[in-house]
Design a protein around this ligand. Structure first.
Ligand SMILES: C[S@@+](CC[C@H](N)C(=O)[O-])C[C@H]1O[C@@H](n2cnc3c(N)ncnc32)[C@H](O)[C@@H]1O
Length: 276
């Protein structure tokens, strides 16, 4: 039984990092006319109301997307991401968009999206959101299994987001195995993996395992020093087969992002690897 609901965390610092990297990859890969398949193994609900009881209970968006929205960050990527987030809301209600929604905005008529989700409530919301979008297939299926059955994709170009909640500790091993198997089936797939830093040794092991699989860029945004028992202290995105320019763009974001999120004195930003 899954209890994790992303609605509690939507728009927090980890979503900001993850979705900036995702939007970069989507925009880069859609510069070429050739079709692309986007596979989101852990879709979540797709759209999150920021005035919901969930969001208000934790107030996490206030320390993530809301800070970025009120800062004046001069970066094409940040402005592009903020415009996408703004377009998810309307004049009365503010929403934070999840990964499948952001991807659907960035992708084109010729592209396809496959999104899997297991939690029945989020699955229903996801199906509602995409019911009129013929490009999107929402599946009530285990994301790791679906990923392997999709690869290699007919379009021969794929972007994969692997974004579990890690509420089941076996997810750490499943991520490593699924990504290794996926690259064996489709060596040129661009695969982005999100992971939390709750237990530093565990996340370091996973990051090393992933980066040993091929060319990669890893970026980590820390919000406080690691201490046992204090929950998530940082989050990391690892991108295998990273698109050209991702490393340079992230390097240029280091200072403005840390300042905008109020992390310049308490947090950290680590970047490793480089784009081809
Ligand atoms: C961190 S959330 C996803 C957030 C989303 N990717 C985004 O960025 O907006 C993880 C989601 O994975 C779902 N989930 C957990 N295990 C799963 C599995 N094995 N296959 C598919 N979805 C799963 C959870 O119900 C949860 O909604």
């Amino acid at each position: 039984m899954l209890s994790y609901r992303h609605a509690y965390h939507a728009g927090n610092h980890a979503d900001v990092l993850k979705h900036l990297v995702l939007v970069y990859c989507l925009d880069y890969l859609t510069r070429k006319e050739a079709p692309l398949r986007y596979i989101d193994t852990h879709g979540g609900a797709g759209l999150y109301r920021l005035d919901s009881d969930y969001a208000r209970k934790t107030g996490e968006a206030a320390e993530g997307i809301a800070l970025l929205q009120s800062a004046d960050v001069k970066s094409e990527l940040v402005q592009r991401y903020l415009a996408l987030v703004a377009s998810a809301g309307d004049s009365r209600l503010s929403y934070y968009p999840g990964s499948p929604w952001l991807a659907a905005q960035c992708l084109r008529e010729q592209d396809r999206l496959v999104v899997t989700e297991l939690h029945s409530t989020d699955l229903n919301l996801l199906q509602q959101t995409f019911k009129r979008d013929r490009r999107v297939k929402v599946a009530a299926q285990d994301g790791f299994e679906r990923l392997l059955s999709e690869l290699p994709v007919p379009e021969r170009r794929a972007l994969v987001l692997v974004d579990p909640s890690y509420e089941i500790k076996a997810d750490y091993d499943r991520v490593k195995k699924a990504v290794a198997d996926a690259l064996r089936k489709m060596p040129n797939a661009v695969i982005a993996i999100w992971m939390p830093v709750v237990d530093r040794n565990r996340s370091r092991r996973l990051e090393r395992g992933l980066t040993s699989l091929g060319p990669s860029v890893s970026v980590e945004l820390g919000v406080r020093p690691d201490e046992v028992g204090r929950g998530m202290t940082a989050s990391t995105m690892v991108v295998l087969n990273p698109p050209w320019g991702l490393d340079a763009t992230l390097t240029s974001l280091k200072e403005p992002l840390m300042t905008a999120l109020g992390l310049a004195d308490v947090g950290h930003f680590r970047l490793q690897g480089n784009s081809k």
